[in-house]
Design a protein around this ligand. Structure first.
Ligand code: SIN
Length: 280
């Protein structure tokens, strides 16, 4: 199996939740005032564990935003529901009247030319049981492919499109207009993390339409084979939320899946998303 990171931390506590992905962090409040040394350790923990969890962060929305800005510029999502007065906060709210769409393995906004670096998701309303989020270590998912498949996908590119998820809500005319602004993006099937140098599988069933230049059937079969890697429990961490729990994932290294097993209960979470770079 993948080796656990061995970093020693001096200013925060870091408790792994699995050998290679996910750690619970404590010893700081999530806001814009995090001291420099702590901030460096939080960054390192994110790189080491790919997704980090913080409990009992009863912070203001402005503190959530300020914390996000410590890691980079924030995105404004053009299609999702953003919080009134805080366009950089995306809200995901499900009640007895709605059906969730995040129960699919994906990385966020891969339809962008520069998909996000990471997302910081804070829980507001959580069902008494259920509504967990699962995270998959896509470096482990890549490393555990057989050598032949790794050789086959090296150098391939996939096409990612916003309209696979968000297109259904748009009229034909609007969809064409939005496609001008957000045309399909072409990203490597295996990306190299710009900070750790680790290679990860970078295709997801939400946004990828096909492998560039490959026959339709072959592309579909290869993608199905690659998507199955995310469902292997040994590569996963699972978060059981409480109100004011926060998950901060490295969108360049993990995929996530929000289990929709709580209908008709209510679940509401708020996401701040950090702008990333072009996958290479
Ligand atoms: C998301 O897919 O960004 C949200 C995940 C969740 O609701 O747990």
């Amino acid at each position: 199996m993948t080796r656990s990171p061995q970093t020693e931390y001096n200013t925060i506590q870091v408790e792994p939740v699995s050998p290679s992905i996910g750690a619970e962090l404590s010893g700081f409040r999530m806001n814009g005032e995090v001291p420099t040394e702590q901030l460096a350790e939080i960054r390192q923990a994110l790189l080491d564990w790919k997704v980090i969890f913080m409990r009992d962060q009863d912070v203001e929305v402005s503190e959530h935003i300020a914390f996000g800005r410590l890691f980079g510029e924030l995105e404004i999502h053009p299609f999702a529901r953003n919080m009134e007065g805080y366009p950089e906060v995306l809200t995901i709210h499900h009640t007895a009247k709605t059906r969730a769409g995040q129960n699919n393995w994906h990385s966020d906004v891969t339809w962008r030319e520069e998909p996000s670096l990471g997302s910081i998701l804070r829980a507001r309303i959580i069902p008494p049981v259920g509504g967990d989020t699962l995270f998959c270590d896509m470096n482990a998912a890549y490393e555990h492919l057989d050598a032949e498949t790794r050789g086959q996908i090296d150098g391939l590119f996939a096409i990612h499109r916003f309209d696979r998820v968000f297109g259904g809500k748009l009229s034909e005319e609007k969809r064409a207009k939005v496609l001008d602004e957000y045309p399909p993006s072409r990203h490597p099937v295996v990306r190299t993390h710009p900070e750790t140098g680790l290679r990860s599988l970078y295709v997801n069933n939400s946004f990828v339409s096909h492998i560039d230049g490959m026959a339709e059937d072959e592309s579909r079969q290869l993608l199905q084979r690659l998507y199955r890697q995310a469902s292997i429990p040994e590569f996963q961490a699972r978060l059981r939320w409480r109100p004011d729990t926060v998950a901060f994932w490295d969108n360049r290294a993990v995929q996530h899946y929000a289990a929709f097993d709580y209908h008709p209960e209510e679940r509401r979470v708020e996401r701040v998303t950090i702008v990333g770079d072009r996958p290479e």
